[in-house]
Design a protein around this ligand. Structure first.
Ligand SMILES: *[C@@H]1O[C@H](CO)[C@@H](O)[C@H](O)[C@H]1NC(C)=O
Ligand SMILES: *[C@@H]1O[C@H](CO)[C@@H](O)[C@H](O)[C@H]1NC(C)=O
Ligand SMILES: *[C@@H]1O[C@H](CO)[C@@H](O)[C@H](O)[C@H]1NC(C)=O
Ligand SMILES: *[C@@H]1O[C@H](CO)[C@@H](O)[C@H](O)[C@H]1NC(C)=O
Ligand SMILES: *[C@@H]1O[C@H](CO)[C@@H](O)[C@H](O)[C@H]1NC(C)=O
Length: 851
């Protein structure tokens, strides 16, 4: 700086004044002092400020102090712009005066008056980044971002304003960062800068995950209302709720149930619109979520009701709650009374059933079922069903219908003296009726009626009467009473009669039997027929007869033990509890001559699995005893019959086992008597389909299978056979052992009765000595042929039972040994015969050896 000092020399001995320093530049706020030196005697040294006023000692900003005779100091504290100017130092001594001046300049350093950091803006705003700098002379401002100087000419979004601020038009999130505001004063080479942080805030965005949320009330379920928000800084999300009639934006003061986004245990009152608010420095955004709360239907009112028969109508009412409003329907048993889906609030719909006795009306949450012209059949359980889109509720109610007693039961009852009979008075009533019996206006039973008893059940009253005399027959009055009324009915106890006579329509004679066809009696006498008595006689003989148990729709009775070719007359009568009725007129018929038997009647009884039991019912024997039955069977599709099975005359069935599965079979059974063979009785059947799994476990319970049983039987039979044979050999000198002994050893065997034995076995040894083992059939035929052939009596009808058979045999062979031996023979024969039957039952063809 240029310094200049003014000194004046008015006189040679004048006073001289000098100010040090001669330069006076002070930065604002700094302090500085100046020294005024006087040469020569000076009495006063004074300082004057730029406005020319003398500076007094006690000024705060500027102080003046006299150091000694020749110096004075001027101090400027904390200089400001006002302190600038020319200061003058004046020295006086009498009339001598000298002065010097110093020009003080005040300058401003670079000062950032307003350059805050951070500075925040909202995205999209025209941001004005403040950087206020003062200095004198004014400084030049340069903006730098990321180390580079911002050149407004290169990016139109940037502009350095005249006040030095940086403007960014439409500031973006990417413009965020540290900005450097640099100020320079070229005159002084002064430079200073400030780093400023620029923050760009972003307005929140918000989305509801679901704008509509459905929930069910009162079932403990939760509803999730969720909003997702973005923005900078991170927005906070809060919830608010409109409250109608109140506040536009009431703060949602959450109940405990509404924590975060979840409403727990949703209730109907929670339904409504919720607003989620996302808020940050840049602002706030809202989104709305509707919560629909549905309520399951619940029947709130339904009660039992009662009515009386013939009432004009009864109305059942069912009320239900729920949201959406439930539709209500009624049902009774299988009948459903419905109103249709659209329950109307304003205009109630009406449903009329076909019979126009049932009307359903619904209005909002209430439905009524009206039953007109109440009948007792309307009583019972009615079901009310309320349903809406989320569920349904059912409840029952009972309609009680009271009605007067109705008496049922048959009016006439038949019995006879001494036979107790019940008169049943069946009463239908609600509430239950009390039943009283009367006869001739007197209540029963009473002291005079010891032969009567009353049995009461809830629905039937029985009057049991045991008639002593004719007086007890007649009418009885059953009277039933309940609160609704009384009903009575006459019952009549009638003396039963014996049945009238049955009528013989026709008699179908056979040789030893006859079938009597008849018509039931015209009158049963009031009580059922128990038996029929049939009586017959050959002309001139006594009546013989038998009673046959009556069956339903019986029209035929077979009488037996008749003689062939004989004329008989037959009559019959019916018997009921009261007694026997009159006999029918007698019918005459003649039995047929001796001939072959009638064909047996067959019936099949499935045995399960692949076996079958064929039963037969013996028919007329043709006047001569049946000798045996011959059974043949085959599968229908093959031509060959299985070997014939012969069964003794008493047999009633044959068991066929080991058959092919699922195959059609044909069975023929022929009965044979002396005259010949009957026509075959035939039967067809199909065996079962083979089971895929053999039920072992089930079978195991019953023990051995059929095969095992057959095996055991064979072993037992064989042992018996051996036993018998040995017995025969030793006692009777016959049998297999004997044959072997005779044929191979030529031995007569043990014992002394060889002659008797030879005679006894004459037929055997003579006729069939070469074939010791024969079929039963052949053997029997031979025996019988020997028997029958001799006497030549075709009319012989004596039944051939085993003892008699043997008897005949022994009669024809008078040379047989002692009675003891005869007895043994008999025993063995009997045993063998049963063994043969057993054998025949099990096998075909039977192979057996007999002596
Ligand atoms: C809520 O229920 C209404 C009415 O039943 C239905 O239309 C809508 O689709 C449901 N909304 C949702 C999200 O399940
Ligand atoms: C309605 O009647 C039924 C059957 O008579 C009975 O079980 C039920 O307890 C009754 N209900 C009411 C509420 O009386
Ligand atoms: C009559 O009815 C009662 C009750 O069921 C019964 O005990 C009685 O044995 C009956 N009497 C006759 C004769 O059926
Ligand atoms: C019993 O019979 C006697 C004589 O017939 C009659 O006088 C009496 O009134 C009868 N008693 C009753 C209870 O019917
Ligand atoms: C049955 O007896 C009662 C009481 O004596 C009487 O009122 C009613 O008329 C009688 N009923 C008939 C059908 O006779």
């Amino acid at each position: 700086m240029y310094i200049f000092v003014l000194s004046s020399f008015l006189h040679p001995a004048a006073i001289q004044v000098q100010i040090t320093p001669t330069q006076g530049e002070i930065s604002v706020g700094e302090s500085k002092f100046f020294l005024c030196e006087v040469v020569g005697d000076a009495k006063d040294i004074d300082w004057y400020d730029p406005s020319g006023e003398k500076i007094l000692p006690n000024r705060p900003d500027i102080s003046v102090s006299r150091n000694d005779e020749a110096t004075s100091t001027l101090t400027i504290y904390h200089a400001n712009v006002d302190s600038a100017g020319i200061y003058k130092c004046v020295a006086k001594n009498g009339d001598k005066e000298a002065q010097a001046t110093v020009q003080v300049k005040i300058f401003q350093k670079i000062t950032f008056q307003n350059a805050p950091t951070p500075q925040e803006f909202n995205e999209g705003d025209d941001a004005d980044i403040v950087c206020d700098v003062v200095s004198s002379p004014p400084a030049t401002i340069i903006w730098k971002y990321k180390g580079a100087t911002i050149q407004a000419s290169k990016d139109v979004r940037f502009k350095i304003l005249s006040n030095g601020h940086l403007q960014i038009r439409g500031i973006k999130k990417t413009d965020e960062g540290m900005y450097n505001c640099e100020a320079r004063v070229t005159a002084r080479g002064e430079i200073d800068f400030r780093m400023m942080k620029v923050i760009v805030n972003v307005l929140p965005t918000i989305r509801a995950r679901q704008s509509e949320v459905n929930a069910t009330a009162d079932v403990g379920s939760s509803a999730l209302l969720a909003c997702d928000a973005d923005g900078f800084p991170e927005p906070t999300v809060t919830w608010a709720q409109y409250v109608s009639h109140c506040c536009y934006w009431p703060v949602f003061n959450d109940r405990l149930r509404f924590t975060s986004d979840l409403i727990r245990h949703v209730k109907k009152v929670d339904e409504g619109d919720y607003t989620c608010i996302a808020k940050n420095k840049a602002g706030e955004k809202t989104e709305e979520v509707s919560l629909n709360v549905f309520v399951q239907p619940k029947i709130t009112f339904l009660i039992n009701q009662s009515a009386s028969e013939f009432d004009e109508q009864v109305t059942l009412t069912c009320e239900a709650s729920g949201d959406p409003t439930p539709a209500i329907s009624w049902s009774f048993g299988n009948r459903v009374f419905t109103e249709g889906e659209q329950a109307s609030w304003t205009r109630p719909d009406k449903y009329e059933s076909l019979d126009r006795n049932v009307v359903v009306r619904s209005h909002a949450r209430v439905s009524s079922l009206t039953l007109k012209n109440v009948q007792f059949t309307y009583a019972g359980q009615y079901l009310c069903t309320a349903s809406n889109s989320i569920g349904q509720d059912n409840r029952h109610m009972y309609l009680e219908v009271r009605y007067a007693p109705k008496i049922l039961g048959s009016v006439t009852v038949y019995t006879w003296e001494g036979n107790p009979a019940n008169i049943s008075c069946e009463v239908d009533a609600h509430p239950g009726a009390e039943v009283v019996w009367f006869r001739d206006g007197l209540q029963l039973p009473n002291a005079n009626t010891t032969n009567m008893k009353v049995y009461n059940t809830p629905t039937i009253s029985y009057l049991e009467i045991t008639p002593d005399s004719q007086n007890d027959f007649g009418s009885y009055n059953c009277t039933a009473t309940n609160v609704m009324g009384t009903e009575s009915k006459e019952f009549i106890l009638i003396q039963a009669e014996v049945p009238s006579s049955p009528e013989i329509q026709q008699v179908e004679p056979f040789s030893s039997t006859a079938v009597v066809e008849f018509e039931e009696p015209v009158s049963m006498g009031g009580v059922p027929i128990i038996k029929y008595r049939v009586q017959w006689r050959s002309l001139g003989q006594e009546w013989t007869g038998r009673e046959y148990d009556a069956e339903d729709d019986m029209t035929r009775i077979t009488i037996v033990d008749l003689k062939p070719e004989t004329t008989y007359e037959v009559k019959m009568s019916a018997i009921n509890g009261k007694g026997e009725g009159e006999s029918s007129t007698a019918s005459t018929f003649k039995t047929q001559p001796v001939r072959e038997p009638s064909a047996p009647k067959l019936e099949a009884k499935a045995q399960g699995g692949n076996s079958l039991k064929v039963n037969w019912i013996k028919q007329d024997d043709g006047g001569s005893p049946i000798k045996h039955y011959l059974v043949r069977y085959k599968a229908t599709h093959v031509s060959d019959w299985k070997p014939e099975i012969r069964l003794p005359h008493g047999s009633e069935y044959v068991l066929l086992s080991g058959l092919d599965w699922n195959t059609e079979y044909e069975v023929r059974v022929v009965a044979e008597n002396q005259q010949g063979k009957s026509k075959p009785g035939t039967l067809s059947f199909r065996t079962a389909v083979e089971p895929t799994t053999i039920p072992d476990a089930v079978d195991g319970g019953s023990g051995l299978g059929t095969g095992a049983i057959v095996g055991i039987l064979i072993v037992v039979f064989f042992l018996l056979l051996v036993g018998v044979d040995i017995t025969c050999y030793f006692l009777n000198k016959c049998g297999l052992l004997m044959c072997i002994a005779v044929n191979f050893c030529g031995k007569a065997g043990p014992g002394a009765k060889s002659k008797d034995i030879e005679e006894g076995k004459a037929a055997f040894t003579k006729d069939e000595s070469k074939e010791p083992i024969v079929e039963v059939r052949t053997e029997e035929e031979n025996t019988l042929n020997q028997e029958g052939g001799g006497p030549t009596e075709p009319n012989e009808t004596t039944p051939l039972t085993e003892p008699e058979f043997t008897h005949i045999q022994s009669k024809n062979k008078p040379s047989l040994p002692s009675t003891c031996e005869k007895y043994l023979n008999l025993l063995i024969l009997k045993l063998l015969h049963s063994l043969c039957s057993l054998w025949l039952d099990c096998f075909s063809p039977p192979q057996m050896f007999c002596c």
